[in-house]
Write a protein that binds this ligand. Structure first.
Ligand code: UD1
Ligand code: CA
Length: 474
Protein backbone atom coordinates (compact mmCIF):
# COMPACT_ATOMS: atom_id res chain seq x y z
CA UNK A 1 0.00 0.00 0.00
CA UNK A 2 0.98 3.57 -0.49
CA UNK A 3 2.97 4.55 2.55
CA UNK A 4 2.35 7.98 4.03
CA UNK A 5 5.51 10.06 4.02
CA UNK A 6 6.24 13.58 4.97
CA UNK A 7 6.87 15.65 1.89
CA UNK A 8 10.62 15.93 2.02
CA UNK A 9 12.73 18.80 0.84
CA UNK A 10 15.51 16.99 -0.90
CA UNK A 11 16.53 14.81 2.01
CA UNK A 12 17.53 11.26 1.12
CA UNK A 13 19.86 9.99 -1.55
CA UNK A 14 18.68 10.25 -5.17
CA UNK A 15 20.11 7.86 -7.73
CA UNK A 16 19.76 7.65 -11.49
CA UNK A 17 19.81 4.59 -13.72
CA UNK A 18 20.30 4.87 -17.47
CA UNK A 19 19.08 1.93 -19.53
CA UNK A 20 21.58 1.25 -22.27
CA UNK A 21 21.89 -2.52 -22.56
CA UNK A 22 19.66 -3.14 -25.55
CA UNK A 23 20.92 -3.79 -29.06
CA UNK A 24 18.53 -1.49 -30.85
CA UNK A 25 17.39 -4.01 -33.46
CA UNK A 26 15.45 -1.38 -35.38
CA UNK A 27 18.72 0.47 -36.14
CA UNK A 28 19.63 -2.57 -38.29
CA UNK A 29 23.33 -2.39 -37.46
CA UNK A 30 25.63 -4.42 -35.23
CA UNK A 31 26.58 -1.27 -33.36
CA UNK A 32 24.79 -0.81 -30.01
CA UNK A 33 22.09 1.81 -30.49
CA UNK A 34 23.23 4.15 -27.72
CA UNK A 35 26.67 4.68 -29.31
CA UNK A 36 25.20 5.98 -32.56
CA UNK A 37 26.24 9.59 -32.89
CA UNK A 38 24.47 12.92 -33.11
CA UNK A 39 26.75 15.78 -34.13
CA UNK A 40 29.62 13.34 -33.67
CA UNK A 41 28.88 12.55 -30.03
CA UNK A 42 27.34 9.27 -28.88
CA UNK A 43 23.63 9.31 -28.03
CA UNK A 44 24.45 8.29 -24.49
CA UNK A 45 26.72 11.31 -24.02
CA UNK A 46 23.65 13.56 -24.23
CA UNK A 47 21.72 11.55 -21.65
CA UNK A 48 24.69 11.60 -19.27
CA UNK A 49 25.14 15.32 -19.80
CA UNK A 50 21.52 16.02 -18.91
CA UNK A 51 21.76 13.84 -15.80
CA UNK A 52 25.05 15.49 -14.86
CA UNK A 53 23.28 18.84 -14.83
CA UNK A 54 20.62 17.67 -12.38
CA UNK A 55 21.98 18.93 -9.10
CA UNK A 56 20.13 16.60 -6.79
CA UNK A 57 21.42 13.34 -8.28
CA UNK A 58 23.96 11.75 -5.98
CA UNK A 59 24.75 8.49 -7.75
CA UNK A 60 24.51 7.25 -11.33
CA UNK A 61 24.51 3.83 -12.94
CA UNK A 62 24.37 2.90 -16.58
CA UNK A 63 23.03 -0.53 -17.41
CA UNK A 64 25.09 -2.06 -20.22
CA UNK A 65 24.82 -5.42 -21.93
CA UNK A 66 24.85 -5.72 -25.71
CA UNK A 67 28.24 -4.48 -26.98
CA UNK A 68 29.06 -3.32 -23.50
CA UNK A 69 32.74 -2.59 -24.10
CA UNK A 70 31.87 -0.30 -26.98
CA UNK A 71 29.24 1.39 -24.88
CA UNK A 72 31.69 1.92 -22.01
CA UNK A 73 34.30 3.31 -24.40
CA UNK A 74 31.74 5.70 -25.81
CA UNK A 75 31.03 7.11 -22.35
CA UNK A 76 33.82 9.68 -22.44
CA UNK A 77 33.73 11.90 -19.39
CA UNK A 78 31.05 9.84 -17.64
CA UNK A 79 31.72 9.80 -13.91
CA UNK A 80 29.13 7.18 -12.89
CA UNK A 81 29.17 3.43 -12.56
CA UNK A 82 28.24 0.61 -14.93
CA UNK A 83 26.00 -2.36 -14.24
CA UNK A 84 26.03 -5.46 -16.41
CA UNK A 85 22.69 -6.83 -17.56
CA UNK A 86 23.88 -10.19 -18.85
CA UNK A 87 20.77 -11.02 -20.85
CA UNK A 88 18.57 -8.30 -22.24
CA UNK A 89 15.20 -9.46 -21.00
CA UNK A 90 13.51 -6.08 -21.06
CA UNK A 91 13.55 -2.65 -19.48
CA UNK A 92 12.11 -3.92 -16.18
CA UNK A 93 14.80 -6.56 -16.02
CA UNK A 94 17.42 -3.85 -16.70
CA UNK A 95 16.21 -1.83 -13.70
CA UNK A 96 16.26 -4.98 -11.59
CA UNK A 97 19.91 -5.50 -12.60
CA UNK A 98 20.83 -2.12 -11.15
CA UNK A 99 18.61 -2.45 -8.11
CA UNK A 100 21.11 -4.02 -5.66
CA UNK A 101 23.42 -1.04 -6.28
CA UNK A 102 20.57 1.41 -5.87
CA UNK A 103 19.69 -0.22 -2.54
CA UNK A 104 23.28 -0.41 -1.34
CA UNK A 105 23.72 3.30 -2.02
CA UNK A 106 20.72 3.95 0.22
CA UNK A 107 18.73 5.73 -2.47
CA UNK A 108 15.32 6.95 -1.48
CA UNK A 109 14.48 8.13 -4.97
CA UNK A 110 15.65 6.71 -8.24
CA UNK A 111 15.33 8.26 -11.69
CA UNK A 112 15.30 5.78 -14.56
CA UNK A 113 16.00 7.12 -18.03
CA UNK A 114 16.05 5.33 -21.38
CA UNK A 115 19.49 5.70 -22.95
CA UNK A 116 17.91 6.44 -26.32
CA UNK A 117 16.50 9.89 -25.49
CA UNK A 118 19.34 12.22 -26.49
CA UNK A 119 17.30 15.42 -26.51
CA UNK A 120 16.29 15.13 -22.86
CA UNK A 121 16.83 18.24 -20.76
CA UNK A 122 18.03 18.47 -17.18
CA UNK A 123 15.03 20.64 -16.28
CA UNK A 124 12.60 17.87 -17.25
CA UNK A 125 14.50 15.38 -15.10
CA UNK A 126 14.74 17.59 -12.04
CA UNK A 127 11.11 18.67 -12.50
CA UNK A 128 9.98 15.04 -12.38
CA UNK A 129 11.98 14.28 -9.21
CA UNK A 130 10.72 17.47 -7.63
CA UNK A 131 7.07 16.78 -8.38
CA UNK A 132 7.31 13.18 -7.14
CA UNK A 133 8.80 14.41 -3.88
CA UNK A 134 6.24 17.13 -3.42
CA UNK A 135 3.32 14.80 -4.12
CA UNK A 136 4.84 11.85 -2.29
CA UNK A 137 4.24 9.76 -5.39
CA UNK A 138 5.48 6.19 -5.47
CA UNK A 139 6.05 6.33 -9.21
CA UNK A 140 6.10 9.25 -11.59
CA UNK A 141 6.86 9.26 -15.29
CA UNK A 142 6.89 11.73 -18.16
CA UNK A 143 4.53 11.49 -21.09
CA UNK A 144 4.22 13.36 -24.37
CA UNK A 145 1.57 13.70 -27.04
CA UNK A 146 2.34 12.48 -30.53
CA UNK A 147 0.35 12.57 -33.75
CA UNK A 148 2.01 9.32 -34.71
CA UNK A 149 2.38 7.35 -31.49
CA UNK A 150 3.42 4.12 -33.25
CA UNK A 151 6.09 2.20 -31.38
CA UNK A 152 5.55 3.95 -28.06
CA UNK A 153 3.75 2.70 -24.96
CA UNK A 154 0.34 4.40 -24.68
CA UNK A 155 -0.77 5.99 -21.44
CA UNK A 156 -4.23 4.78 -20.42
CA UNK A 157 -6.11 7.08 -18.07
CA UNK A 158 -9.32 6.62 -16.16
CA UNK A 159 -12.24 8.96 -16.80
CA UNK A 160 -11.12 11.06 -13.82
CA UNK A 161 -7.79 11.57 -15.53
CA UNK A 162 -5.68 9.43 -13.22
CA UNK A 163 -3.27 6.95 -14.73
CA UNK A 164 -4.50 3.41 -15.19
CA UNK A 165 -1.69 1.73 -17.14
CA UNK A 166 0.90 1.96 -19.90
CA UNK A 167 0.23 -0.45 -22.74
CA UNK A 168 3.09 -1.21 -25.12
CA UNK A 169 2.47 -0.73 -28.83
CA UNK A 170 2.68 -4.46 -29.51
CA UNK A 171 0.23 -5.23 -26.72
CA UNK A 172 -2.54 -2.83 -27.77
CA UNK A 173 -5.93 -4.39 -28.39
CA UNK A 174 -7.43 -3.53 -31.80
CA UNK A 175 -9.93 -1.31 -29.97
CA UNK A 176 -7.17 0.51 -28.07
CA UNK A 177 -5.21 0.97 -31.28
CA UNK A 178 -8.27 2.41 -33.03
CA UNK A 179 -9.18 4.71 -30.20
CA UNK A 180 -6.61 7.35 -31.09
CA UNK A 181 -4.65 7.28 -27.84
CA UNK A 182 -1.91 9.78 -28.41
CA UNK A 183 -0.38 10.27 -24.97
CA UNK A 184 2.72 8.11 -24.79
CA UNK A 185 5.26 7.10 -22.19
CA UNK A 186 8.53 9.00 -22.70
CA UNK A 187 10.68 6.42 -20.91
CA UNK A 188 11.67 8.64 -17.98
CA UNK A 189 10.59 7.48 -14.54
CA UNK A 190 11.09 8.46 -10.92
CA UNK A 191 10.66 5.68 -8.38
CA UNK A 192 10.25 6.02 -4.65
CA UNK A 193 12.62 3.18 -3.82
CA UNK A 194 11.04 1.68 -0.69
CA UNK A 195 7.52 1.92 -2.15
CA UNK A 196 8.27 0.39 -5.54
CA UNK A 197 10.75 -2.27 -4.50
CA UNK A 198 8.15 -5.00 -3.81
CA UNK A 199 6.77 -4.72 -7.35
CA UNK A 200 10.08 -5.19 -9.15
CA UNK A 201 10.00 -8.88 -8.24
CA UNK A 202 6.46 -9.17 -9.49
CA UNK A 203 7.11 -8.19 -13.11
CA UNK A 204 5.95 -10.86 -15.55
CA UNK A 205 6.89 -11.73 -19.10
CA UNK A 206 3.25 -12.05 -19.90
CA UNK A 207 3.16 -9.80 -22.98
CA UNK A 208 3.60 -9.80 -26.74
CA UNK A 209 7.39 -9.50 -26.54
CA UNK A 210 7.88 -11.93 -23.66
CA UNK A 211 9.95 -9.27 -21.85
CA UNK A 212 9.99 -7.79 -18.37
CA UNK A 213 8.61 -4.31 -18.95
CA UNK A 214 9.39 -1.44 -16.58
CA UNK A 215 5.99 -0.12 -17.63
CA UNK A 216 4.29 -3.00 -15.82
CA UNK A 217 5.27 -1.17 -12.63
CA UNK A 218 2.50 1.27 -13.51
CA UNK A 219 -0.17 -1.48 -13.42
CA UNK A 220 1.31 -3.05 -10.32
CA UNK A 221 1.53 0.27 -8.52
CA UNK A 222 -2.00 1.33 -9.48
CA UNK A 223 -3.48 -2.06 -8.57
CA UNK A 224 -1.84 -1.88 -5.15
CA UNK A 225 -3.02 1.59 -4.35
CA UNK A 226 0.30 3.36 -4.87
CA UNK A 227 0.22 6.92 -6.12
CA UNK A 228 1.32 6.78 -9.77
CA UNK A 229 1.48 10.05 -11.69
CA UNK A 230 2.22 10.84 -15.31
CA UNK A 231 3.41 14.40 -16.02
CA UNK A 232 2.21 15.22 -19.49
CA UNK A 233 4.77 17.43 -21.22
CA UNK A 234 2.48 17.94 -24.23
CA UNK A 235 4.23 18.18 -27.56
CA UNK A 236 7.72 18.46 -26.11
CA UNK A 237 10.07 17.09 -28.77
CA UNK A 238 12.93 16.84 -26.27
CA UNK A 239 11.42 13.60 -24.99
CA UNK A 240 11.48 11.77 -28.30
CA UNK A 241 13.23 8.40 -28.37
CA UNK A 242 15.54 7.09 -31.07
CA UNK A 243 14.79 3.63 -32.42
CA UNK A 244 15.60 3.86 -36.12
CA UNK A 245 18.06 5.68 -38.39
CA UNK A 246 15.24 8.00 -39.43
CA UNK A 247 14.58 8.94 -35.80
CA UNK A 248 18.31 9.35 -35.19
CA UNK A 249 18.71 11.94 -37.92
CA UNK A 250 15.42 13.62 -37.02
CA UNK A 251 16.66 14.07 -33.44
CA UNK A 252 20.00 15.27 -34.73
CA UNK A 253 18.24 17.96 -36.77
CA UNK A 254 16.27 19.07 -33.72
CA UNK A 255 19.47 19.23 -31.71
CA UNK A 256 21.15 21.23 -34.47
CA UNK A 257 18.23 23.70 -34.49
CA UNK A 258 18.41 24.02 -30.72
CA UNK A 259 22.15 24.74 -30.73
CA UNK A 260 21.96 27.12 -33.70
CA UNK A 261 19.14 29.17 -32.28
CA UNK A 262 21.03 29.52 -29.00
CA UNK A 263 24.08 30.70 -30.95
CA UNK A 264 22.06 33.16 -33.05
CA UNK A 265 20.56 34.55 -29.86
CA UNK A 266 24.01 34.91 -28.35
CA UNK A 267 25.23 37.06 -31.25
CA UNK A 268 26.82 34.56 -33.62
CA UNK A 269 25.87 35.12 -37.28
CA UNK A 270 24.96 31.81 -38.87
CA UNK A 271 24.14 32.15 -42.53
CA UNK A 272 22.22 29.32 -44.12
CA UNK A 273 21.92 28.00 -40.59
CA UNK A 274 19.92 24.90 -41.55
CA UNK A 275 23.14 23.64 -43.01
CA UNK A 276 25.46 24.56 -40.17
CA UNK A 277 26.20 21.71 -37.81
CA UNK A 278 27.92 22.65 -34.56
CA UNK A 279 28.82 20.30 -31.73
CA UNK A 280 27.43 21.10 -28.30
CA UNK A 281 31.07 21.00 -27.12
CA UNK A 282 32.16 23.79 -29.46
CA UNK A 283 32.64 27.34 -28.21
CA UNK A 284 31.59 30.00 -30.71
CA UNK A 285 32.03 33.59 -29.60
CA UNK A 286 29.48 36.31 -30.30
CA UNK A 287 30.50 38.22 -33.40
CA UNK A 288 31.82 35.17 -35.23
CA UNK A 289 30.32 34.47 -38.67
CA UNK A 290 29.72 31.03 -40.08
CA UNK A 291 28.19 30.22 -43.44
CA UNK A 292 26.65 26.86 -44.20
CA UNK A 293 27.03 24.21 -45.28
CA UNK A 294 29.69 23.88 -42.59
CA UNK A 295 30.47 21.44 -39.82
CA UNK A 296 32.18 22.31 -36.55
CA UNK A 297 32.77 19.36 -34.27
CA UNK A 298 34.44 18.45 -31.01
CA UNK A 299 35.76 21.11 -28.67
CA UNK A 300 36.44 23.54 -31.52
CA UNK A 301 36.47 27.24 -30.76
CA UNK A 302 35.77 30.18 -33.03
CA UNK A 303 36.64 33.64 -31.73
CA UNK A 304 34.82 36.88 -32.24
CA UNK A 305 34.98 38.34 -35.75
CA UNK A 306 36.41 35.14 -37.12
CA UNK A 307 34.89 34.11 -40.38
CA UNK A 308 34.13 30.54 -41.43
CA UNK A 309 33.07 30.24 -45.05
CA UNK A 310 30.92 27.52 -46.53
CA UNK A 311 31.93 23.88 -46.98
CA UNK A 312 34.33 24.07 -44.07
CA UNK A 313 34.88 21.17 -41.70
CA UNK A 314 36.46 21.69 -38.28
CA UNK A 315 37.21 19.07 -35.67
CA UNK A 316 38.79 20.24 -32.40
CA UNK A 317 40.15 23.26 -34.23
CA UNK A 318 40.72 26.72 -32.75
CA UNK A 319 40.12 29.79 -34.84
CA UNK A 320 41.37 33.09 -33.46
CA UNK A 321 39.81 36.53 -33.72
CA UNK A 322 39.53 38.01 -37.21
CA UNK A 323 40.91 34.85 -38.79
CA UNK A 324 39.30 33.82 -42.08
CA UNK A 325 38.78 30.19 -43.02
CA UNK A 326 37.68 30.18 -46.62
CA UNK A 327 35.56 27.70 -48.58
CA UNK A 328 36.22 23.97 -48.63
CA UNK A 329 38.83 23.94 -45.90
CA UNK A 330 39.32 20.97 -43.60
CA UNK A 331 40.92 21.48 -40.18
CA UNK A 332 41.53 18.93 -37.49
CA UNK A 333 43.26 19.60 -34.16
CA UNK A 334 44.72 22.75 -35.65
CA UNK A 335 45.21 26.16 -34.10
CA UNK A 336 44.76 29.27 -36.21
CA UNK A 337 45.62 32.52 -34.46
CA UNK A 338 44.34 36.03 -34.93
CA UNK A 339 44.08 37.44 -38.43
CA UNK A 340 45.27 34.33 -40.27
CA UNK A 341 43.81 33.36 -43.62
CA UNK A 342 43.24 29.72 -44.53
CA UNK A 343 42.00 28.30 -47.83
CA UNK A 344 40.02 28.03 -49.94
CA UNK A 345 40.73 24.30 -50.17
CA UNK A 346 43.29 24.04 -47.38
CA UNK A 347 43.85 21.00 -45.22
CA UNK A 348 45.26 21.54 -41.72
CA UNK A 349 45.94 18.23 -40.03
CA UNK A 350 46.64 17.58 -36.33
CA UNK A 351 49.42 19.60 -34.80
CA UNK A 352 49.19 22.52 -37.21
CA UNK A 353 49.64 25.95 -35.67
CA UNK A 354 49.37 29.18 -37.56
CA UNK A 355 50.66 32.16 -35.59
CA UNK A 356 49.07 35.56 -36.02
CA UNK A 357 48.72 36.74 -39.58
CA UNK A 358 50.06 33.57 -41.23
CA UNK A 359 48.50 32.59 -44.57
CA UNK A 360 47.78 29.21 -46.06
CA UNK A 361 46.22 29.10 -49.49
CA UNK A 362 44.61 26.62 -51.82
CA UNK A 363 45.62 22.98 -51.96
CA UNK A 364 48.09 23.30 -49.13
CA UNK A 365 48.32 20.45 -46.63
CA UNK A 366 49.97 20.95 -43.24
CA UNK A 367 50.64 18.39 -40.54
CA UNK A 368 52.51 18.99 -37.25
CA UNK A 369 53.68 22.22 -38.77
CA UNK A 370 54.07 25.61 -37.14
CA UNK A 371 53.95 28.72 -39.28
CA UNK A 372 55.25 31.66 -37.30
CA UNK A 373 53.79 35.15 -37.57
CA UNK A 374 53.13 36.30 -41.10
CA UNK A 375 54.61 33.21 -42.77
CA UNK A 376 52.91 32.21 -46.04
CA UNK A 377 52.31 29.04 -48.00
CA UNK A 378 49.89 30.18 -50.62
CA UNK A 379 49.62 27.38 -53.15
CA UNK A 380 49.87 23.61 -53.64
CA UNK A 381 52.26 22.46 -50.92
CA UNK A 382 52.79 19.76 -48.34
CA UNK A 383 54.43 20.97 -45.13
CA UNK A 384 54.72 18.22 -42.53
CA UNK A 385 56.82 18.00 -39.32
CA UNK A 386 58.09 21.50 -39.93
CA UNK A 387 58.72 24.83 -38.30
CA UNK A 388 58.50 27.82 -40.59
CA UNK A 389 59.93 31.09 -39.28
CA UNK A 390 58.16 34.43 -39.22
CA UNK A 391 57.47 35.99 -42.61
CA UNK A 392 59.04 33.13 -44.51
CA UNK A 393 57.49 32.49 -47.92
CA UNK A 394 56.89 28.99 -49.21
CA UNK A 395 56.52 28.89 -52.98
CA UNK A 396 53.97 26.86 -54.90
CA UNK A 397 54.67 23.16 -55.08
CA UNK A 398 57.02 22.99 -52.11
CA UNK A 399 57.14 19.59 -50.48
CA UNK A 400 58.75 18.63 -47.20
CA UNK A 401 59.98 15.07 -47.74
CA UNK A 402 59.46 14.16 -44.09
CA UNK A 403 59.26 10.38 -44.31
CA UNK A 404 62.07 8.07 -45.34
CA UNK A 405 59.97 4.95 -45.20
CA UNK A 406 60.79 4.32 -41.54
CA UNK A 407 60.71 7.55 -39.57
CA UNK A 408 59.49 11.11 -39.80
CA UNK A 409 62.03 13.96 -39.84
CA UNK A 410 61.88 17.68 -39.19
CA UNK A 411 62.28 20.58 -41.57
CA UNK A 412 63.18 23.95 -40.08
CA UNK A 413 62.89 27.08 -42.19
CA UNK A 414 64.32 30.30 -40.79
CA UNK A 415 62.52 33.62 -40.56
CA UNK A 416 62.13 35.54 -43.84
CA UNK A 417 63.48 32.61 -45.85
CA UNK A 418 62.15 32.31 -49.39
CA UNK A 419 61.55 28.86 -50.79
CA UNK A 420 61.23 28.89 -54.57
CA UNK A 421 58.50 26.97 -56.32
CA UNK A 422 58.63 23.23 -56.82
CA UNK A 423 61.22 22.63 -54.14
CA UNK A 424 61.72 19.34 -52.34
CA UNK A 425 63.11 19.75 -48.82
CA UNK A 426 64.53 16.38 -47.81
CA UNK A 427 64.27 16.20 -44.03
CA UNK A 428 65.98 16.42 -41.66
CA UNK A 429 67.06 19.74 -43.08
CA UNK A 430 67.37 23.39 -42.03
CA UNK A 431 67.10 26.50 -44.17
CA UNK A 432 68.82 29.49 -42.57
CA UNK A 433 67.15 32.80 -41.92
CA UNK A 434 66.67 35.09 -44.90
CA UNK A 435 68.05 32.40 -47.21
CA UNK A 436 66.75 31.64 -50.67
CA UNK A 437 66.15 28.33 -52.35
CA UNK A 438 66.02 28.44 -56.14
CA UNK A 439 62.89 27.09 -57.79
CA UNK A 440 62.99 23.41 -58.66
CA UNK A 441 65.69 22.53 -56.12
CA UNK A 442 65.98 19.36 -54.10
CA UNK A 443 67.57 20.39 -50.80
CA UNK A 444 69.08 17.64 -48.68
CA UNK A 445 71.81 19.59 -46.87
CA UNK A 446 71.39 22.42 -44.39
CA UNK A 447 71.50 25.90 -45.92
CA UNK A 448 73.26 28.56 -43.80
CA UNK A 449 71.70 31.96 -43.07
CA UNK A 450 71.53 34.58 -45.83
CA UNK A 451 72.50 32.12 -48.56
CA UNK A 452 71.13 31.16 -51.95
CA UNK A 453 70.90 27.41 -52.54
CA UNK A 454 70.10 25.97 -55.96
CA UNK A 455 70.42 22.37 -57.00
CA UNK A 456 68.76 22.26 -60.35
CA UNK A 457 70.85 21.49 -63.42
CA UNK A 458 72.04 24.51 -65.38
CA UNK A 459 69.92 25.33 -68.36
CA UNK A 460 71.56 24.48 -71.69
CA UNK A 461 70.61 25.72 -75.13
CA UNK A 462 71.22 23.38 -78.04
CA UNK A 463 70.21 24.45 -81.53
CA UNK A 464 67.65 22.07 -82.95
CA UNK A 465 69.67 21.12 -86.04
CA UNK A 466 72.38 19.65 -83.84
CA UNK A 467 69.94 17.24 -82.23
CA UNK A 468 70.07 13.59 -83.46
CA UNK A 469 73.12 14.18 -85.69
CA UNK A 470 71.69 17.26 -87.31
CA UNK A 471 68.46 15.67 -88.65
CA UNK A 472 65.64 17.53 -87.27
CA UNK A 473 62.68 15.41 -86.36
CA UNK A 474 59.31 16.23 -87.78
C1 UD1 B 1 10.15 1.99 -24.17
C2 UD1 B 1 8.93 1.85 -23.28
C3 UD1 B 1 7.75 2.56 -23.95
C4 UD1 B 1 8.09 4.01 -24.20
C5 UD1 B 1 9.39 4.13 -24.99
C6 UD1 B 1 9.83 5.58 -25.00
C7 UD1 B 1 9.18 -0.31 -22.18
C8 UD1 B 1 8.69 -1.71 -22.11
N1 UD1 B 1 8.61 0.46 -23.12
O1 UD1 B 1 9.87 1.31 -25.37
O2 UD1 B 1 6.60 2.48 -23.14
O3 UD1 B 1 7.03 4.63 -24.90
O4 UD1 B 1 10.45 3.36 -24.38
O5 UD1 B 1 10.92 5.76 -25.84
O6 UD1 B 1 10.04 0.08 -21.43
N2 UD1 B 1 17.13 -1.68 -22.57
C9 UD1 B 1 17.96 -2.31 -21.65
N3 UD1 B 1 17.79 -3.63 -21.42
C10 UD1 B 1 16.83 -4.36 -22.02
C11 UD1 B 1 15.98 -3.71 -22.95
C12 UD1 B 1 16.15 -2.36 -23.19
O7 UD1 B 1 18.85 -1.69 -21.08
O8 UD1 B 1 16.74 -5.56 -21.74
C13 UD1 B 1 17.34 -0.25 -22.84
C14 UD1 B 1 17.60 0.05 -24.30
O9 UD1 B 1 19.00 0.03 -24.57
C15 UD1 B 1 17.00 1.45 -24.47
C16 UD1 B 1 15.93 1.53 -23.40
O10 UD1 B 1 16.16 0.44 -22.52
O11 UD1 B 1 17.95 2.47 -24.26
C17 UD1 B 1 14.52 1.42 -24.00
O12 UD1 B 1 14.41 0.21 -24.72
P1 UD1 B 1 13.65 0.15 -26.11
O13 UD1 B 1 13.72 -1.25 -26.59
O14 UD1 B 1 14.11 1.20 -27.01
O15 UD1 B 1 12.15 0.44 -25.62
P2 UD1 B 1 10.96 0.95 -26.50
O16 UD1 B 1 10.41 -0.18 -27.29
O17 UD1 B 1 11.31 2.16 -27.24
CA1 CA C 1 13.18 3.26 -27.42
Amino acid sequence: MHTIREADNGAGVTGAVVLAAGKGTRMKTEQPKVVHELLRLPMLWYVHRALGAVVDIDRQWTVVGYGRERVRQACIGYGGHFVHQKRQLGTGHAVAAAWPDVRRAGCEWCLVVNGDAPLIRAEALSGLVQSCRENSASLGFLSIELDEPDGYGRVIRRTDGTVRAVVEDKDLSPAQRESGLNEVNAGVYCLHVPSMEPYLNQLSQNNAQGEYYITELVDLGVNNGELVVASNAGRDSSLLGVNSPAELVACESLLQKRINSELLNSGVVLRNSDQVRISPLAGIQPGAEITGPSEIYGASTVASQAWISSHTWLQDAHIGPKARVLEFSHLEQARVEAGCQVGPYARLRPGTELKAGAKVGNFVELKKAVLDQGAKANHLSYIGDAHVGAEANIGAGTITCNYDGKAKHQTVIGPKAFIGSNTALVAPVRIGKESLVGAGSTISKDVPDNTLAVTRAAQRHVPRRKLRGGDEEN
